[in-house]
Design a protein around this ligand. Structure first.
Ligand SMILES: CC(C)(COP(=O)(O)OP(=O)(O)OC[C@H]1O[C@@H](n2cnc3c(N)ncnc32)[C@H](O)[C@@H]1OP(=O)(O)O)[C@@H](O)C(=O)NCCC(=O)NCCS
Length: 187
């Protein structure tokens, strides 16, 4: 079904030459997305996120054409990711130590390539082998396709969150357990 589909991981260094293509696909996918989805804001978001330790990008290409991608990074102990979260939340939910949570920041597939399992392949490839306990992402409540996808892939809504950025929407906070590894803290 996805003949010729290639999935590839990229570090930030490797992705430096891909930035214009990443932005181009973003602008195509969010063509009617308003101020929040502007090129300028997304370039600043990407530049900031690519500096995070452990940033990981998986691209999907067919014959060299970029048809989708996903990226994320582990949350450091001091993170602003959880700013704007709505109470009530489970005790300790936002505690981070750099190893607890992998945050997925973007997942997108080009309009002509949807419903072929490409997003699922990207998602599974990014999370395979992660050693964090859990993954998290933010999804708009009315994003029917994404909500259906995440629920079918085992994600659960915990609460809602409105980031502090200008024009930011209010998102569902989604979480998925990713690693069964039992961490033993040093005595
Ligand atoms: C969400 C998105 C990444 C899904 O990409 P995709 O490659 O089409 O997804 P998949 O083919 O892997 O679909 C996986 C499952 O998601 C669900 N799904 C995907 N699109 C759907 C839609 N339009 N309506 C209902 N369910 C949908 C289905 O359960 C689907 O499984 P199925 O095809 O076996 O029924 C894509 O629609 C997209 O890029 N949207 C714009 C960007 C975006 O919203 N990203 C997520 C931000 S949180």
């Amino acid at each position: 079904m996805n003949e010729g589909l290639e999935l590839r991981h990229h570090t930030a260094e490797e992705a430096a030459g891909l930035i214009d293509r990443l932005v181009e696909l973003y602008l195509t996918v969010y063509a009617n997305g308003g101020e929040f989805h502007s090129e300028d804001r997304y370039r600043r978001q990407l530049a900031g996120h690519m500096q995070r330790d452990g940033w990981d990008l998986v691209t999907a290409t067919v014959g060299g054409e970029l048809v989708g991608y996903i990226y994320g990074f582990p949350l450091p102990a001091e993170t602003r990711w959880w700013g704007g979260i709505q109470e009530p939340i489970p005790a300790g939910f936002t505690d981070e130590d750099g190893k607890r949570t992998f945050a997925i920041s973007e997942l997108m597939v080009a309009p002509g390539w949807r419903r072929r399992g490409i997003a699922k392949s990207l998602h599974d490839e990014l999370l395979a082998g992660r050693t964090e306990d859990r993954a998290t992402l933010l999804a708009e409540p009315d994003n029917t396709a994404a909500q259906a996808a995440y629920r079918s892939w085992g994600w659960q809504k915990i609460t809602m969150l409105r980031p502090g950025w200008d024009h930011a929407p209010t998102y569902d906070v989604m979480v998925k357990q990713v690693s069964q590894t039992v961490r033993v803290d040093p005595l």
